[in-house]
Design a protein. Structure first.
Length: 235
């Protein structure tokens, strides 16, 4: 059932999680817009995938096509100059035994949500939808539910608004995320996500695997591949 009269802004990177969130929002809200951030990421190819994924998802349902509104690309290149991360510099991608993965970009989701709220404020949108998850994830503290709740409070106090941050994937495994996509848009949506989205940290789109394009070695590819195997194995 859609929430009539309510609009949503989806934080849309062009990856698996944000594509699933876009379908989730289109299934629920009467008007949906998207925002994407170019922050100097080494997998900037995800930005090139965004428009194709948007169009493909909107084309799956007439109602989705009618509800999908504007896209808002935002240049946040300053993050790359400030953050010492393997996602913004050509350094080794690794997951230490203790500490955060080298792909952690300090403050990234906090910055994303702040700028998304600015866009939403201007566009008259109350719901912010993000693909953050602390079930199957890379250990980033800005993906945790507590962080998102605190951020929602800060945005509402600081902007005198009643924003709601929706995180439909927060308690889902990657396999459950694939199943959610199937529930929302059937096999056609699963195929769009598999073939058109990009999640690989290396930005590798030279070879397609059963679960999609990627290097098959970075943490993002490993999570996506493991989730796909579990999802397909349950069928």
């Amino acid at each position: 059932m859609t929430v009539e009269g309510q609009g949503a802004l989806v934080l849309f990177s062009g990856g698996q999680d944000s594509a699933t969130c876009l379908a989730w929002a289109l299934d629920r809200f009467s008007r949906v817009e998207t925002v994407g951030f170019d922050y100097g990421q080494r997998h900037v190819v995800e930005m090139a995938c965004r428009s194709r994924v948007r169009e493909a998802i909107a084309g799956l349902r007439p109602a989705w096509h009618q509800r999908l509104g504007c896209d808002h690309p935002v240049d946040l290149g300053v993050l790359a100059t400030l953050a010492d991360s393997a996602l913004t510099r050509d350094t080794e991608i690794s997951v230490p035994d203790h500490g955060l993965p080298t792909t952690f970009v300090p403050g990234r989701n906090l910055a994303f949500l702040t700028f998304a709220a600015i866009v939403a404020y201007r566009r008259g949108l109350r719901r912010l939808v993000g693909g953050m998850c602390e079930t199957d994830y890379s250990g980033y503290p800005d993906c945790r539910d507590d962080t998102l709740k605190a951020m929602q409070l800060a945005l509402n106090l600081g902007m005198e608004r009643r924003f709601v941050i929706d995180t439909p994937l927060m308690w889902l495994t990657k396999a459950a995320s694939w199943r959610l996509a199937e529930q929302l848009g059937g096999p056609a949506l699963v195929e769009v996500i598999r073939v058109e989205t990009h999640s690989c940290y290396q930005g590798d789109r030279t070879l397609i695997h059963p679960w999609g394009y990627g290097c098959a070695a970075c943490p993002a590819c490993q999570l996506r591949a493991a989730g796909w195997e579990e999802y397909r194995g349950a069928k």
